[in-house]
Design a protein around this ligand. Structure first.
Ligand SMILES: [Zn+2]
Length: 163
């Protein structure tokens, strides 16, 4: 095993979500650099690889294949750093469950008593049983749109103080 998948899963859960250039919600966790993770410990590209022997490159390929197979089990994959391609990240898509969990926590914190979610493909919707405030989450927000929205995450529960 290359990775501690349980630990990695937790690490990813705790990361902030972001939108990639295609508008897809992701979470990424830094796992190290090519220098300390890859067998060769070298950085190279398919078009500039004179610093690495065929044998080293083969071992690196095997490592990547093993790594991808392991990460498959938690629906994650390896991505190079955007700032520095020597940095390696493990990335996974943000799920509707992620958003529902986060939204629920925000609603609870504001004193709402949310009823069960109504889930529809990539979206979910819930209402507060006390004040009727709503929350909406979507894994497919419009450009510049938001993934968690609604009066229940914007303000406190109107009836919270009296009940
Ligand atoms: Zn409420």
């Amino acid at each position: 095993m290359i990775f501690d998948l349980e630990h990695l899963k937790k690490q990813l859960d705790e990361e902030e979500r972001y939108t990639d250039m295609n508008g897809i919600l992701m979470k990424s966790a830094f796992i190290g650099t090519v220098f300390n993770l890859l067998p060769s410990g070298k950085f190279y590209t398919p078009w500039a690889n004179s610093n690495v022997s065929e044998e080293e490159a083969e071992k690196d390929d095997d490592w990547r294949e093993d790594a991808e197979n392991e990460l498959d089990k938690i629906d994650a994959f390896i991505t190079p750093g955007e700032g520095d391609p020597c940095d390696l990240f493990v990335t996974r898509l943000v799920t509707l469950e992620d958003l529902m969990k986060e939204a629920k926590e925000a609603c609870d914190w504001r004193g709402h008593k949310m009823m069960d979610w109504k889930v529809e493909e990539s979206e979910a919707f819930a209402l507060c049983a006390r004040c009727g405030a709503s929350v909406h989450v979507t894994t497919n927000p419009p450009p510049n749109g938001i993934d968690i929205s609604g009066s229940a995450v914007a303000g406190g529960c109107a009836d919270a103080k009296t009940s």
